[in-house]
Design a protein around this ligand. Structure first.
Ligand code: ADP
Ligand code: TYD
Length: 208
């Protein structure tokens, strides 16, 4: 197939509460307004592998962090290669795909418990099968992200959650630095209104 007819993969990354889900929706609206076919999707997925991950993350099942990291890798490969609704197939059909999280999420979140070299190696299949045209990093202050997701609560768990988000943000920044020669990453200040963030994302997408 002629590569020029292929769609593009746009990935949104950021800590929990950074505004990814909101911005995926706004970006998709904008593409559709402009007459561009687009498909939105997220990781973890709602496939059987993604459901296992959700069960672990909500405490209904227990698994070692290495197992969780491997499940994310498997979920991601299925997300790309699934015969029914795989992202690779959509891209080949010329559809623009907007994804809420991809392998940088694994580098940022799993590297707390699993060596980063292992994560990079384990995700090498995904990055060679489909590299994003751009990774948009919505950089929201962990304090602001926390306020958005946990209104009117204050307890020890929240303190731990904030510490975790600070660390995840640092891991994102370290990973982007590490891959600066091979990955296109655009950092967007996520501490502003939804409209301002959306405008900057749209500008970044125009440049790919
Ligand atoms: P994520 O998918 O990154 O966890 P969401 O898009 O679900 O983030 O946003 C988390 C919460 O913050 C939601 O209640 C959403 O309405 C709100 N929100 C998103 N973006 C902004 C923004 N720029 N300013 C204020 N609130 C926001
Ligand atoms: P989700 O409910 O989708 O949260 P959000 O709207 O903030 O994206 O859960 C995703 C969670 O999974 C989030 O805390 C990050 C985590 N995650 C990883 O730890 N590794 C990964 O590779 C991915 C894709 C997500």
């Amino acid at each position: 197939m002629d590569k020029t007819n292929q769609g593009r993969l746009i990935v949104l990354e950021g800590i929990d509460g950074s505004g990814k889900t909101t911005q995926v929706g706004l970006l998709a609206d904008k593409f559709r307004e402009m007459g561009t076919a687009c498909y939105t999707t997220m990781e973890p997925t709602d496939s059987p592998i993604g459901s296992l991950i959700h069960q672990i993350m909500t405490g209904r099942m227990h698994a070692d962090p290495k197992v969780i990291a491997a499940l994310f890798v498997a979920d991601r490969l299925d997300h790309l290669l699934n015969e029914v609704n795989g992202v690779v197939h959509k891209i080949k059909e010329g559809v623009t795909v907007i994804m809420d999280r991809y392998y940088f999420s694994s580098y940022a979140y799993q590297s707390v418990d699993v060596p980063i070299e292992w994560l990079i190696q384990a995700n090498a299949q995904s990055s060679s099968i489909l590299r994003p045209a751009v990774n948009i990093f919505i950089d929201t202050d962990p304090e602001i992200a926390m306020e958005r997701i946990t209104k009117n609560r204050f307890d020890q768990e929240l303190f731990e959650e904030k510490t975790r988000l600070i660390r995840v943000r640092e891991k994102y920044l370290e990973s982007f630095e590490r891959f600066k020669d091979t990955e296109r990453v655009v950092r967007i200040d996520g501490n502003r209104s939804q409209e301002e963030v959306a405008q900057d994302i749209w500008k970044a997408v125009q440049q790919i």
